[in-house]
Design a protein around this ligand. Structure first.
Ligand SMILES: *Cc1c(COP(=O)(O)O)cnc(C)c1O
Length: 223
């Protein structure tokens, strides 16, 4: 398996305005370093512990994306360096991120996670809960949080129609929020959707950021 070739193959298939986050969870730092040397800057991890182990061993230019579910009490550990938090699913979490951002004097990029899949196990806000957060407006006062867009995960299924429908729904919500409530927020531009199995569908449906692991790094050992 050739890591850099995998990376290049995916890059070549992406429209210019789509950002690739290489998801390095369970994979060794040597692989991350090889990809970084090949020009990849954005990397994603889904566990705070693993992120904290890897980050100090790797170049500081790497932009680390926290893509998994994040507990409030762990924000403080990643606030000093994290580039973007994808899984923000409550106002409470947003407040904690703001507080920890302030302590570190850093503005932390956040994506609000929507629950778009039919599985109940996946995290995320309902459309109504998203609207409640946006309309309440408290986020506008948060000087150390920047809401850059939305994130979502489709149902784990081979049925590309189901996946396509879910991504289309997320894109609709994204467009509506933007045009109805965030017209003046020029940097609300990120729609994080699509993984190894469904990133092509996601791009067709308007994704601007894909999170790809196994297609670059090879399969992970199942737990
Ligand atoms: C693991 C993970 C990915 C990448 O999964 P692959 O199928 O390996 O591409 C993307 N997003 C999240 C939130 C993940 O946890």
């Amino acid at each position: 398996m050739d890591l850099l070739q995998n990376l290049q193959n995916i890059r070549n298939s992406l429209p210019e305005d789509v950002t690739l986050v290489a998801v390095s969870k369970t994979k060794p730092v040597a692989m991350v370093e090889a990809l970084f040397n090949g020009g990849q800057i954005d990397f994603g991890e889904n566990k705070v512990q693993e992120l904290l182990e890897k980050q100090p061993q790797l170049p500081s230019q790497i932009r680390w994306h926290m893509i998994g579910h994040l507990q409030s009490n762990k924000v403080k550990y990643i606030a000093p360096f994290v580039h973007m938090i994808h899984g923000v699913d409550s106002l409470k979490l947003l407040r904690v991120i703001n507080k920890e951002g302030e302590k570190n004097n850093r503005i932390i990029n956040c994506l609000l996670q929507l629950h778009i899949a039919s599985e109940e196990t996946k995290f995320g806000l309902s459309e109504q809960e998203l609207m409640d957060i946006i309309l309440a407006g408290e986020w506008k006062e948060m000087q150390f949080v920047n809401i850059r867009g939305l994130m979502g995960m489709a149902t784990f299924t081979d049925d590309s129609e189901v996946v396509g429908r879910e991504f289309r729904n997320l894109k609709r919500i994204f467009d509506n929020v933007r045009s109805d409530h965030l017209k003046d927020k020029a940097d609300f531009t990120v729609l994080s959707m699509g993984m190894s199995a469904d990133y092509k569908t996601a791009i067709e449906e308007g994704s601007t950021m894909i999170r790809v692991g196994s297609l670059i790094f090879g399969p992970r050992k199942s737990l």
